[in-house]
Design a protein around this ligand. Structure first.
Ligand code: TPP
Length: 341
């Protein structure tokens, strides 16, 4: 299985990729391909009943994750949401841990109990309550500032989450305290089954500016363009220790979670033409693209195989990875002893 991704000194990620013998474009394509193939495989596994809960795919939005997360350094913090697979795979590069988690296995990223909406991995967190983590991530950014660490926090939210009041309380304090927080709004134009025109009044970017926070927007599915755009923004958040609010206009090509899709087929087809993998594949020559696709296919299949072999948690795993043990110690019964049965 792969080792954790080495973020290290990432002041200049383009130079680091090239030092590793990977031009930026190759790296961006490979990371996006991992997200895409991982999720396509998830959907197949879902259909075969191998996954628990639901699953929200990021297909179509891959360029956002690679454009932002490749600029982060070791101590930086990410708080993501229900649609987090792409963010996790770029941050951690550990498909096997996420796959095992979604299959409910004890070696999953949070012991098979959280699924993708409750991840805690190094400095990467997720929560499925829309906007619910905004006060937390604002406080985490404040803590980094008080420590003088030079680290920043990044929050990923969707357009529908702009309808949550707690977001505005957090933006207010982020501005007053001038915390190094980047809020990335991924406007994929739908909130579950409601198009953005019917869910949101006024202007998205103005919402950030209303709090005196620098804010902007970019309409792109080009990973290299997004990477360049966020390089400058992240350097500013880090160096000037103040928040920024940036909207990416994008599109999700999949249904909201499993099968709930109200969108007109013509609309999906229109956006499919601009999907990020087509443009990125065209950067590479055919042999290189095929070699990457084969490598990704093998990695995803290895993650599936490994996850299937992992045991399920039993009640005696209850106290693992929790801040406090259960009030009464659990007495494992004889039937629990056979882990993974
Ligand atoms: C507070 C809250 N209300 C409702 C939900 C149910 N819910 C989950 S995702 C979602 C839509 C989110 O839309 P958006 O923020 O645009 O993100 P996207 O799903 O498009 O990535 C809803 C309503 C929730 N998770 N949390």
């Amino acid at each position: 299985m792969s080792q954790p991704v080495e973020r290290g000194d990432i002041a200049n990620p383009r130079a680091r990729f090239e030092r590793d013998g990977r031009p930026l474009r190759t790296k961006l394509f490979e990371q996006m391909m991992l997200i895409r193939r991982f999720e396509e495989r998830l959907l197949e596994l879902f259909g075969e009943g191998e996954l628990f809960g639901t699953t929200h795919c990021y297909i179509g939005q891959e360029a956002d994750a690679v454009g932002v997360i490749n600029h982060l350094q070791d101590g930086d913090i990410i708080f993501s949401n229900h649609r987090c697979h792409g963010h996790f795979l770029v941050y951690g590069d550990r498909p096997e841990l996420l796959m095992a988690e979604l299959m409910g296995r004890v070696t999953g990223v949070v012991g098979g109990r959280g699924g993708s909406q409750h991840i805690c991995f190094e400095n990467f967190y997720t929560n499925g309550i829309q906007g619910g983590f905004m006060p937390t991530v604002t406080g985490m950014a404040l803590a980094e500032k008080m420590k003088g660490s030079g680290n920043i926090a990044v929050a990923f939210i969707g357009d529908g989450t702009l309808g949550q009041g707690v977001l505005y309380e957090a933006l207010n304090m982020a501005s007053l305290w001038s915390v190094p927080l980047l809020v990335v709004v991924e406007n994929n134009r739908w909130a579950q089954s409601t198009p953005v025109e019917r869910e949101l009044a006024g202007d998205m970017v103005a919402r950030g500016r209303a709090f005196g926070i620098d804010a902007g927007e970019i309409d792109s599915t080009d990973a290299e363009e997004l990477f360049g755009h966020f390089g400058d923004i992240i350097a500013k958040v880090r160096n000037e220790q103040r928040p920024h609010f940036e909207v990416i206009h994008t599109y999700r090509l999949c249904h909201h979670s499993k099968s709930d899709d109200m969108r007109p087929e013509e609309e999906i087809e229109r956006f499919r033409k601009d999907e990020p993998l087509i443009g990125a594949r065209a950067w590479l020559d055919e042999d290189e693209a095929r070699a990457i696709e084969a490598r990704i296919e093998a990695r995803v299949e290895a993650a599936v195989r490994w996850s299937r072999e992992q045991p399920f948690p039993t009640p005696r795993h209850l106290d693992e990875r929790v801040a406090r043990p259960a009030p009464m110690a659990f007495e494992a019964s004889a039937s629990d002893a056979g882990e993974g049965a």
